[in-house]
Design a protein around this ligand. Structure first.
Ligand SMILES: Nc1ncnc2c1ncn2[C@@H]1O[C@H](COP(=O)(O)OP(=O)(O)OP(=O)(O)O)[C@@H](O)[C@H]1O
Length: 226
């Protein structure tokens, strides 16, 4: 599903690589945590997977395609095929929960009729039934993140990337968001999550890949934070 082959990434003006000869393979349906100290290269891995940055050396394969050589006009639709959730939710502030989720369908050309059928379903799934018409500022942080998860999942992506999705949430709310990601994973979606949250990692007991100084130092099935 996702494969990095000997990937090295050195940002312009940097004196040393942020990722140094990283190779990793993530299968369909996996649930993977990327952990490691601040600045170790975790977000850079997510950015490579989304083709937001390009490797200096090595190859990145997503869904069987080598994305490092993808034509630029194909990149927007490629990105839309991956669900993304971030620490800061990134909802559109002037759109309701319903509209935020419906917007993800609109941009891939789905009709309003499809949105009317699918959006309430997915908002129900994330536990926001009845709050469809609230604006982000009328929702708690946890609820906003649920909207973001609904938006990421509404197109039933094969891959969901989550960069510190619980970073702004309290422990109980974080666990609720993890339950959702776990449910999504059980539908067959591959979930890749960057986190500093040791409790979450220790509770979930999924694959843990630890990065330090741009290199993979541990790759453990059913791992702990360490
Ligand atoms: N656009 C950039 N230009 C130059 N250097 C960058 C850029 N983005 C990241 N870096 C550097 O690359 C290294 C890895 O950064 P990255 O954001 O991948 O780390 P991270 O593990 O996600 O950190 P954190 O946990 O703090 O979010 C850091 O040393 C960072 O300073």
């Amino acid at each position: 599903m996702i494969r990095l082959e000997h990937v090295t990434k050195t940002y312009p003006k940097a004196s040393r690589p942020s990722l140094d000869d990283v190779s990793v393979s993530i299968e369909k349906g996996d649930f993977v945590f990327f952990i490691g100290p601040s600045g170790s290269g975790k977000s850079s891995i997510v950015k490579l997977m989304l083709h937001e940055i390009k490797p200096n050396k090595g190859k990145v394969f997503v869904n069987g395609k080598e994305i490092s050589s993808m034509r630029s006009w194909k990149i927007p639709s490629f990105r839309r095929s991956i669900g993304c959730v971030f620490q800061d939710f990134r909802l559109l502030p002037n759109k309701t929960a319903y509209e935020n989720v419906a917007f993800a369908l609109e941009v891939i050309g789905k009709s309003k009729a499809v949105a009317r059928r699918v959006v309430p379903e997915v908002l129900e799934l994330v536990g926001l039934g009845g709050k469809e018409h609230r604006y982000p500022h009328e929702l708690s942080g946890g609820e906003q993140q649920r909207v973001a998860v609904a938006r990421a999942f509404v197109n039933r992506p094969l891959i969901l990337l989550a960069d510190e999705p619980t970073g702004n949430l309290d422990p109980d709310t974080s666990i609720e968001i993890m339950r959702l990601l776990d449910r999504i994973n059980r539908t067959g979606t591959t979930v890749v999550m960057v986190t500093h949250d040791s409790n979450i990692v220790n509770q979930m007991r999924r694959r843990v890949i630890e990065i330090e100084g741009g290199r993979i130092v541990r790759d453990q099935a059913r791992g702990v934070y360490g």
